[in-house]
Design a protein around this ligand. Structure first.
Ligand code: ATP
Ligand code: MG
Length: 299
């Protein structure tokens, strides 16, 4: 449906784990904002892209209703809300467009330490405390297990000790909270991280163009995270040996230095280029090795 807007609107978390990294990502895409004092709405300075700062739970709904065009939110929130839609039979107009590589965590089932975990069948007739009821119910259906889902919006881990539930299904990153509550994770329902979410339906052409521009920049930023440009020279007959040591590199470009046997090469490496790798490359015949940071990339 036409929005009547000509500026792209992105919803991000106002206050929380994803706020800073989301802003940083958009910042490294070259966007900047003139913040309004209440900081609910930030007007884009140098591109027709505005920010809406909200509770993360509101982000899928804002995209669904077309009030926002894109959002940065945990996959856990997105999948929970689409599972809710599945349950009610109303298809969601939001979906994951890109995984963003931060905010990593898992939605895990955790049981009391003294349980001898045998598998999902053990949950039959038990009570599971969670803030992710739709996702948990979908998983239980998949497992063919009937259990009661107890919805709690905070302090889920304490539920077994309080006698509110037998087990929990909650987000885990370090696992310290579980340990403190004498629980152990036994099964992951979802691997989560922050994602860029957008509508299933097409955006208005003008907004779509801005969104495509932003996606290209995000792809560039994601590609160069942890990537380095490796420059070196190698005699033509050593190149095959050298390239075998660079399995994580994109196909290198090379040119001959003196029209002869020595090639100057550059390869974009994903992953860490350690001293040890440089020494191996040197043993394989590479010379003049240099590792450079990559500032920007546009495919
Ligand atoms: P809001 O006020 O916006 O509703 P919130 O309390 O729901 O905030 P945060 O605790 O800031 O949300 O977490 C935001 C997201 O960070 C989570 O939905 C999840 O995707 C991710 N995350 C990463 N690690 C963890 C963790 N250990 N616990 C909870 N969330 C985590
Ligand atoms: Mg929330």
């Amino acid at each position: 449906a036409p929005t009547g807007r000509d500026r792209l609107r992105i919803a991000i978390q106002k206050n929380g784990r994803l706020s800073e990294p989301a802003r940083a990502l958009l910042g490294s895409c070259g966007l900047s904002w003139r913040e309004s004092p209440d900081k609910l709405f930030c007007y884009g300075d140098n591109a027709p892209v505005d920010l809406l700062l909200v509770r993360d739970d509101d982000i899928p709904g804002l995209i669904d209703s077309g009030l926002c065009d894109l959002g940065i939110v945990g996959r856990n929130v997105l999948v929970e809300q689409s599972s809710e839609r599945d349950e009610s039979g109303t298809p969601a107009n939001f979906r994951e467009l890109r995984a963003l590589g931060f905010g990593g965590c898992r939605l895990s089932l955790a049981v009391p330490n003294d349980w001898d975990w045998q598998g999902a069948a053990q949950l039959q007739g038990k009570r599971i405390a969670t803030s992710y009821p739709a996702l948990t119910r979908a998983w239980l259906r998949e497992q063919g297990v009937a259990a009661d889902v107890v919805v709690l919006n905070g302090s889920v881990e304490i539920a077994p000790r309080l006698g509110q539930a037998d087990v929990v299904c909650d987000l885990v990153s370090s696992g310290a909270t579980l340990v403190a509550n004498q629980l152990k994770p036994v099964c992951d329902l979802l691997q989560s991280e922050a994602v860029l979410a957008g509508p299933v339906a097409e955006l208005d052409p003008q907004l779509a163009e801005t969104a495509q521009m932003l996606l290209r920049r995000i792809d560039g930023v994601l590609r160069i995270r942890d990537s380095k440009l490796l420059m070196f020279q190698a005699p033509r007959d050593a190149v095959a040996d050298v390239l075998r040591l660079l399995p994580d590199a994109e196909p290198p470009t090379s040119y001959s230095v003196d029209g002869g046997e020595l090639l100057a090469m550059q390869a974009l490496c994903h992953g860490v280029v350690t001293w040890q790798r440089l020494e191996e490359l040197k043993r394989a015949g590479a010379r003049g090795l240099m590792v450079l940071p990559v500032e920007r990339m546009l495919a």
